[in-house]
Design a protein around this ligand. Structure first.
Ligand SMILES: Cc1cc2nc3c(=O)[nH]c(=O)nc-3n(C[C@H](O)[C@H](O)[C@H](O)COP(=O)(O)OP(=O)(O)OC[C@H]3O[C@@H](n4cnc5c(N)ncnc54)[C@H](O)[C@@H]3O)c2cc1C
Length: 432
């Protein structure tokens, strides 16, 4: 696997509060649970385990928030890609409604954690807007909003004019606003989770890549690059888009696709007020979606699909910058301060996956670009499962680790789909 793009060029690394010390593991230790990966999933699991008096040790190859959790758009989005009715049909009359209830409350988990642990996280909870670029996307958006409304969620459909007032340009046909959502400074939130986990009694070790897993006499031993080990009753793998070869074939169950972002220089008051004046964030209905928002420093940031390889030069972000100026001509000449990217774990069925391929080994992988809320809540659910042993504590069934056939080729197919989808998106937008 190629060395991941570093965290430092990001807006979030430049503006997050300092991280708590998480020194590398130097001596072998024992724990109840060893967690690999210090993103939202791993840290939330550790925090919720520690709150239950279960000793958790987190091993992180780089630093807490190094993965998707420190690089994302900071859009806190409840739900999954599938609508509530679809989820109920897919998961049946017992698990379906429970899953819908779970995903409907994932954003609450984020704000509950921020408030309860008094985290230093710039955040606004004014809603998330999903916008339709073509009339074909309006029906699905209206149906999604109606399904959530039926379940008591604070959501609303916005017509073309209302959408333009909320977003700041008139290129969308309609949208829906989900007031459960909002925005956070994502790296500040990851660092806040790490501090909360440490304060609750978990151990978190940065610069400690896990290099091997071994099971002997009912215990797991996790080996690390420095030679120290963690011996534990259970292991949780929370490595998501940064998954390597710790467990056979796990990496081949996802496509780790790059998402790239840019952030402008701080905008003048006038320009700032002309874009998303209500402080919401937006993702649009494009097949290759764009997502954007302002941040607490008055910068505009926009993200979209990146190249399959790691970025090398500024031109790798030029398609995103072009889209930005096309949507908001007032941003021409605003200047770009930050360009960065990270890996999103995509699954074939567009669902997050939970696995337990061996006794005491729990795996959470595949976030489909919605992990801020989802992984925070899944961490809490995984801690409840570990504490109780009750599989119903998990919102999703434990599935088999099934590698995508011809995984290497899947990346090529994926690139071809991206090109084709971009063409369709341009066609739909032109017809709107
Ligand atoms: C550019 C971008 C924009 C996004 N925008 C949004 C958004 O706006 N809203 C949203 O909800 N979601 C968004 N996402 C998705 C979201 O960021 C992820 O779903 C989420 O952060 C995943 O959290 P995680 O804890 O599962 O994994 P990660 O945060 O990716 O953490 C995995 C960690 O595992 C570590 N690791 C891997 N292997 C090892 C090993 N062998 N030993 C030790 N450590 C290891 C990695 O270093 C990494 O820190 C975005 C993602 C990206 C990349």
């Amino acid at each position: 696997m190629a060395e991941p793009f570093p965290l430092e060029p990001s807006l979030w690394a430049a503006t997050a509060p300092a991280a708590a010390p998480t020194p590398a593991l130097r001596e072998s230790v024992t724990a109840d649970v060893c967690i690999v990966g210090a993103g939202y999933a791993g840290l939330s699991t550790a925090l919720h385990l520690a709150e239950r008096g279960i000793k958790a040790v987190v091993l992180e190859a780089k630093e807490p928030g190094f993965g998707g959790s420190g690089r994302n758009g900071g859009q806190v989005i409840p739900g999954l890609k599938f609508d509530p009715d679809e989820l109920e049909t897919m998961f049946g009359k017992d698990r379906g409604p429970r899953l819908v209830d779970f995903v409907g409350h994932t954003a609450d988990v984020v704000w509950d954690l921020i408030d309860r642990h008094k985290m230093d996280v710039p955040n606004t909870r004014n809603g998330w807007i999903q916008s339709a670029i073509s009339s074909a996307a309006v029906g699905p958006i209206e149906s999604r909003a109606a399904q959530w409304q039926k379940r008591g969620a604070p959501v609303q459909v916005l017509d073309r004019m209302e959408t333009a007032q909320h977003v700041g340009h008139s290129q969308y046909v309609a949208s829906w606003i989900d007031r459960r959502g909002g925005v956070v400074q994502p790296l500040a939130y990851a660092r806040g989770l790490a501090r909360a986990a440490l304060a609750a009694g978990a151990a978190v070790h940065g610069n400690t890549p896990a290099t091997g897993l071994e099971r002997q006499g009912g215990k797991w031993t996790v080996h690390t690059a420095q030679g120290a080990t963690v011996t534990a009753d259970r292991v949780v793998l929370a490595t998501n888009g940064y998954t390597g070869d710790l467990w056979p074939h796990l990496r081949q169950t996802i496509i780790a696709a790059n998402s790239f972002q840019v952030a402008t220089k701080p905008l003048s008051d006038n320009v700032r007020k002309s874009i998303l004046p209500g402080g919401q964030s937006t993702s649009d209905s494009r097949r290759i979606g764009l997502y954007y928002r302002l941040d607490h420093t008055g910068r505009f940031l926009l993200g979209g699909r990146g190249t399959m390889r790691e970025p090398r030069q500024a031109e790798d972000w030029s398609h995103i910058e072009t889209m930005m100026e096309r949507m908001f001509p007032q941003l021409k000449g605003a200047g770009i301060d930050f360009r960065w990217g990270g890996r999103v774990a995509l699954t074939r069925d567009h669902l997050p996956h939970l696995h337990e391929p061996a006794p005491g080994l729990l795996i959470d992988i595949g976030c489909m670009g919605r992990g801020v809320a989802l992984q925070s809540a899944l961490g809490r659910a995984m801690a409840a499962y570990i504490a109780s042993g009750d599989p119903l504590a998990l919102p999703l069934p434990l599935g088999k680790v099934s590698p995508l056939p011809f995984h290497g080729l899947n990346k090529l197919y994926f690139q071809a789909f991206v090109t084709w989808y971009r063409f369709l998106d341009r066609r739909d937008a032109a017809a709107a």
